[in-house]
Design a protein around this ligand. Structure first.
Ligand code: ADP
Ligand code: ASP
Ligand code: MG
Length: 456
C-alpha cells in the first residue's frame, strides 16, 4: 500500500488530472491510496464565499457559487466522455453546490462567520475535486472507490486545525480504506478534511493535505508516502524566487522539517512527524515530470555529511530585543516569552543573556509591543527578514566559515546582517537581515551554496 497525495496544482485542471491518473495507473500494482487537495485557488474562494455570506452579501455569494460550480462542471465535461457517467457526476457536483448554497443562506441569516462554517465551506474544495477525479478514474476503467475522509479522519472540534485522534483513525481506516483496497479497489479520498465525534466537518488547517497523507500512511502502515506537487522535490530554495534552485535528492526528516518550519512551503512541517515515527519513506515528486527522482526524505541524519541542504526565507519578521525594566526581576523575560507563545506568536529563535533577550518572531508589531509592555519588559522591535540555512553539521561548518571569513560570511556581512542565531534544531542556522534585504541575501547565499558539495 502506498499513499499518493496530489496538491492543488496537480488537480487544478483537466491536463493536470490526466497526469495524475497516469501516475496512479503506473503504480497501480502497489495499491495506491490517492489523497487529493482542492483544485488550486478553490479553498481561498470557498473561504471568501462564507465571509460574503456572513456579511449578508447574497449577490457575491451567488456569483461565487456559480463560478465554483462552473469551474468544476467544466472539468467534468473535459474529462468524462461517457454520457451516463457524465450525468451522474454532474448531478453529484450540483448536489454539493446546492448544499453549499443552502448552508450560506443559513450563515447569512445568522450573520456570523464562525470557524465551523469556514471549515464546512472550505471542505467542499476537496469533496468536489475528489468526486470528479473518482468519476474520471472509473470512466477510464480504474476500479476507483470514493472514500469520504470525514468517515475516518476523526478530529476534536477545533474546526480549523482539528487534532486527529490517531487511534480512532487506525480503526476507522481499516474499515473505510484498507478493506476496500484489499477487495481490489483504488481508494480516492480527500486531504485536509475530517470530522469530529458527532460528524461535524473539520479541517486540519491550511495546507493540511500533506498532514492527512502522513497520518493516513502511518495509520495503515503504508510502504511509502508520495507527495506529488508542481516542482521536482524539495529544492535548494524556493524555485519561484530563484530559478537556479536545484533538487536535493536526499535529506533527513530533521532537515526537511527545519526547511518547512522556516518557510519552504513545499511541505507542511507536521507531515514529517507521523512518518518519522513509523520509519516510512516520504518522497516529494513532480506531477508534471514524474520521471524525475524528486527528493527522498530519510529517517536519520547523515552524521558524516557536511554542506547544505537548502535555504529558506521569510520576509516581514520581527527582531525583538527584550530587556528587564529598572524595578523588575529577570523572570519578566520568561513571562513575556510565555505571553508571546500564548498568543500564537512563533518563536523562531532565541538568544539570551543576563537581563536581555533577542527573540525572532512574526506578526503585528503594534500588538506584540502592547502585549510585551504589559508584561513589564522594555522592548525594541526591528522589522526584519529571516533566512534559514539547513544542512547536517551546518552549525560547525558555519562557525568555521564565519571565523575564516570565507564566502558565506562575506556575503552575509556585505548585506547588513542583523544577527546569526540558532533555532530549535541542530541542522539549521538563522540569518537575520534588515527588512527588504532578505531577497538580496538569499540570492547571494544561494550562489555560494552552489559551490559547496551536497553529500547524500
Ligand atoms: P501543492 O499545491 O502541491 O500542495 P504547494 O504550493 O503547497 O503545492 O507547494 C509547492 C510549492 O512550494 C512550489 O511550487 C514552490 O514554489 C514552493 N516551495 C517553497 N520552497 C520550496 C523548496 N525549498 N523546494 C521546492 N519548492 C518550494
Ligand atoms: N486545500 C487546502 C488548502 O488550500 C489544503 C491543501 O491543499 O493542503 O489549504
Ligand atoms: Mg501544499
Amino acid at each position: 500500500m502506498i499513499i499518493q497525495k496530489f496538491g492543488g496544482t496537480s488537480v487544478a485542471n483537466a491536463i493536470a488530472m490526466r497526469a495524475v491518473l497516469s501516475i496512479v495507473q503506473r503504480d497501480i500494482s502497489r495499491r495506491p491510496i490517492v489523497v487529493l487537495s482542492a483544485c488550486s485557488g478553490a479553498t481561498n474562494d470557498l473561504i471568501a464565499l462564507v465571509e460574503y455570506a456572513a456579511k449578508g452579501d447574497r449577490n457575491s455569494v451567488q456569483k461565487s457559487i456559480t463560478a465554483i460550480r462552473e469551474r468544476h462542471l467544466a472539468l467534468c465535461r473535459e474529462l468524462i466522455y461517457a454520457s451516463d457517467r457524465l450525468t451522474t457526476v454532474v448531478e453529484s457536483i450540483n448536489v454539493l453546490c446546492t448544499e453549499l448554497s443552502v448552508y450560506c443562506e443559513g450563515v447569512a441569516l445568522l450573520g456570523e462567520c464562525t470557524p465551523r462554517s469556514i471549515a464546512y465551506s472550505s471542505a467542499m474544495g476537496e469533496l468536489l475535486s475528489s468526486t470528479i477525479f473518482a468519476a474520471y478514474a472509473q470512466s477510464e476503467g480504474i476500479p476507483a472507490v470514493f472514500a469520504d475522509a470525514r468517515k475516518f479522519m476523526r478530529t476534536d472540534d477545533t474546526f480549523l486545525g482539528g487534532v486527529v485522534d490517531r487511534s480512532a483513525l487506525r480503526i476507522l481506516a481499516e474499515e473505510y480504506v484498507v478493506k476496500p483496497l484489499l477487495d481490489g479497489g483504488i481508494i480516492i479520498t480527500q486531504g485536509f478534511i475530517g470530522s469530529d465525534s458527532i460528524g461535524r466537518t473539520t479541517t486540519l488547517g491550511r495546507g493540511g493535505s500533506d498532514y492527512s497523507a502522513a497520518l493516513l500512511g502511518a495509520a495503515i502502515h503504508a510502504e511509502e508516502i508520495q507527495i506529488w506537487t508542481d516542482v521536482s522535490g524539495i529544492a535548494s530554495t524556493d524555485p519561484r524566487r530563484i530559478a537556479s534552485a536545484f533538487t536535493i535528492p536526499f535529506m533527513s526528516f530533521a532537515e526537511a522539517r527545519e526547511l518547512a518550519y522556516y518557510g519552504a512551503k513545499v511541505l507542511h512541517p507536521e507531515t514529517i512527524l507521523p512518518a518519522v515515527e513509523m520509519g516510512i519513506t516520504v518522497k516529494v515528486l513532480n506531477t508534471f515530470a514524474p520521471e524525475n527522482e524528486g527528493t527522498t526524505i530519510l529517517p536519520h541524519n547523515d552524521k558524516n555529511g557536511t554542506g547544505f541542504r537548502g535555504i529558506t526565507m521569510k520576509e516581514h519578521c520581527l527582531h525583538l530585543t527584550l530587556a528587564v525594566g529598572p524595578n523588575e526581576s529577570a523572570s519578566v523575560i520568561n513571562q513575556s516569552l510565555h505571553v508571546l507563545e500564548q498568543h500564537g506568536y512563533p518563536i523562531y529563535a532565541l538568544l539570551s543573556s543576563e537581563g536581555n533577550c533577542i527573540v525572532l518572531t512574526t506578526g503585528n508589531d503594534e500588538h506584540v509591543r502592547d502585549l510585551l509592555e504589559v508584561s513589564g519588559v522594555r522592548v525594541q522591535i526591528q522589522p526584519c527578514d529571516m533566512l534559514c540555512v539547513v544542512g547536517p553539521n551546518v552549525r560547525s561548518l558555519s562557525e568555521a566559515q564565519l571565523q575564516s571569513n570565507v564566502a558565506l560570511c562575506q556575503a552575509a556581512l556585505s548585506q547588513g546582517i542583523l544577527s546569526v542565531m540558532f533555532g530549535h534544531s541542530p541542522v539549521g542556522i538563522i540569518i537575520i537581515t534588515s527588512l527588504g534585504e532578505g531577497k538580496e541575501m538569499l540570492t547571494i547565499l544561494h550562489k555560494v551554496l552552489h559551490t559547496l558539495t551536497f553529500p547524500s
